[in-house]
Design a protein around this ligand. Structure first.
Ligand SMILES: NC(=O)c1ccc[n+]([C@@H]2O[C@H](COP(=O)([O-])OP(=O)(O)OC[C@H]3O[C@@H](n4cnc5c(N)ncnc54)[C@H](OP(=O)(O)O)[C@@H]3O)[C@@H](O)[C@H]2O)c1
Length: 244
């Protein structure tokens, strides 16, 4: 299949390209719909994996929402399969149990709101798109931003729970899912749930300063990935196995 990866220089994007060196990676400004259309008309990808985003800053909404919609529209015009990357923080973290695909997004952070809106826009523009919600990405050849942060002085939250995923596991899963007939939201995260404080201890190998996070943050955003597991050959390892 002709594969195009957006955000190919990023943490996940570069792992996808390492696994699929034949993928096209040319970067255009995704907020520019004409640039995305021109690129896809020229490359004619059969599958697009859309990882490009910004976590924060003044451009985040335009990139995460309008950019994602532009990618989805351009892919749909060509009849290309779209795998769109989303996040566990489309949820508010107040359910008290792992989130399943049928749960309604209810973001409480600015970033989460952009990604939830992106999901809606992508689904409308490209109804066959697969929307992969994942958790903290860790464990590559280079440390991820979460691992780097854990090594800096700071206080880590004991009640902010995530299901971290190893970057190669996630990339392999995405490549498998790219050719399966599955659409809509799908949770693809690691097999173990840990707090931010536990994650920092796993990364550093020593106790860290910890505290409870304020309730305004997305606290318990565990993802239930059992549907993905039933579809995949790739094993989504737990974070203790990956970093322990
Ligand atoms: N990292 C995590 O722990 C995590 C957790 C949950 C979900 N996710 C999701 O996973 C995806 C990938 O995350 P990541 O951490 O691998 O990303 P990343 O390392 O921050 O890389 C982001 C990529 O997006 C590109 N990009 C940013 N703005 C762009 C624009 N306007 N036009 C074109 N390209 C642009 C960047 O290229 P330039 O540097 O050239 O701008 C870069 O290649 C995201 O959709 C994110 O929401 C990530």
């Amino acid at each position: 299949m002709r594969l195009h990866v957006t955000g190919a220089t990023g943490y996940l994007g570069s792992e996808l390209v390492r696994l699929r060196p034949d993928a096209s990676t040319e970067r255009v400004e995704i907020r520019d719909p004409n640039a995305v259309d021109e690129l896809f008309s020229r490359l004619r990808p059969e599958v697009v994996i859309h990882t490009a985003y910004r976590q924060d800053g003044p451009d985040a909404r335009g990139i995460n929402v309008d950019g994602a919609e532009n990618v989805a529209r351009a892919a749909a015009r060509l009849g290309a399969r779209l795998v769109h990357l989303s996040t566990d923080v489309v949820f508010d973290g107040r359910k008290g149990a792992p989130y399943v695909e049928a749960d309604e997004p209810s973001p409480v952070s600015k970033y989460g709101r952009t990604k939830a809106e992106a999901e809606r826009r992508v689904a409308a523009a490209s109804p066959g798109a697969l929307i992969v919600r994942t958790s903290l990405i860790v464990g590559g050849a280079e440390p991820s931003k979460h691992e780097l942060a854990a090594c800096r002085p700071g206080t880590w939250f004991t009640n902010e729970i995530r299901s971290p995923v190893q970057v190669t596991d996630l990339a392999r899963a995405l490549l498998e899912l790219a050719v399966l007939e599955v659409a809509g939201p799908l949770h693809v995260a690691g097999a173990e749930d840990v707090s931010r404080a536990e994650l920092a201890e796993l990364v550093t190998g020593r106790p860290v300063d910890s505290a409870e996070a304020p309730p305004t943050r997305p606290l318990d955003c565990r993802l239930d990935s059992s549907h993905a597991r039933s579809l995949l050959r790739t094993r989504l390892r737990g974070v203790r196995e990956v970093l322990g």
